[in-house]
Design a protein around this ligand. Structure first.
Ligand SMILES: Nc1ncnc2c1ncn2[C@@H]1O[C@H](COP(=O)(O)OP(=O)(O)OP(=O)(O)O)[C@@H](O)[C@H]1O
Ligand SMILES: [Mg+2]
Length: 235
């Protein structure tokens, strides 16, 4: 579950989607192609799911790394087939791990081919119309071709958690379990600048430690241990 200002921005996207026809009639451009970018675990995929849910459309996820993978030469026609399929219905289309296109571009042996793929992709993006909403997600925005950024009608950033967000997320995730004497504020400060996914894991770990220790309530020592673990690993 997502929280905060981001939820409002996503809700606006969904509200807007419902009024696309009205926007069309008034000659106001829709936001139909959206780029989500930010570090891992900060809610890009979850947000695409939330938007699809809010709009009431099925989410179609296309893993670009899988499309690009072993037979680069087939990538453009794979992409064509995907766009053709998507054109047949109304969906939220998520191009996840979108930076795979950029990664392939940096491979010197594939240089010519990936250029053709990106050009083809840009054309498909430009031609993208109809009732579907397209979202592309990346956590390596520096790998994206500048020409790609321009193709998106809007760009939403998913930053790491602030202390405030970290506090709220911890509280929210621990709401449903018994706990006592938790120093949420201090714990949240320790998690500042970490991805939301890390904070979510801390909450689950703390609960798990208490359960495995046959205690009814989560205590600060559980949170401390969970935070120490979370800070010791890469995110
Ligand atoms: N802003 C947020 N608020 C609350 N929970 C969040 C937030 N962002 C992420 N989470 C939680 O973290 C977990 C991972 O998030 P998600 O998979 O959406 O991240 P992502 O940005 O797509 O990461 P990646 O770049 O690795 O694909 C989810 O379980 C989600 O509930
Ligand atoms: Mg993701």
């Amino acid at each position: 579950m997502l929280t905060g200002a981001l939820v409002d921005r996503l809700r606006t996207l969904a509200d807007e989607y419902r009024r696309w026809e009205e926007l069309d009639r008034r000659g106001i451009p829709r936001r139909q192609r959206i780029l989500f970018h930010g570090p891992p675990g900060c809610g890009k995929t979850s947000a695409a799911e939330a938007v699809a849910n809010e709009i009431g459309l099925p989410l179609v996820v296309v893993r670009i790394d899988a499309v690009v993978s072993s037979y680069l030469g087939e990538t453009a026609s794979n992409l064509h087939r995907i766009f053709e399929f998507v054109g047949q219905g109304s969906w939220v289309l998520l191009f996840d791990e979108f930076d795979a296109l950029g990664k392939a571009r940096d491979d010197p042996t594939e240089h010519g081919e990936i250029k053709r793929v990106i050009t083809a992709f840009l054309q498909m993006l430009d031609a993208f119309r109809g009732p579907s909403l397209l979202i592309a997600a990346t956590n390596h925005e520096h790998l994206l071709d500048p020409a790609l950024w321009r193709r998106f009608d809007d760009v939403l950033e998913f930053p790491r958690a602030t202390v405030h967000q970290s506090r709220r997320l911890l509280r929210q995730r621990l709401r449903a379990v018994k706990h006592h004497g938790l120093e949420i504020d201090t714990s949240a400060s320790r998690m500042k600048g970490k991805p939301h996914a890390a904070i979510e894991k801390v909450a689950w770990d703390a609960v798990r430690f208490a359960v495995l220790d046959d205690r009814e309530a989560v205590e600060q020592r559980d949170l401390d241990r969970a935070i120490t673990d979370a800070l010791a690993r890469p995110w």
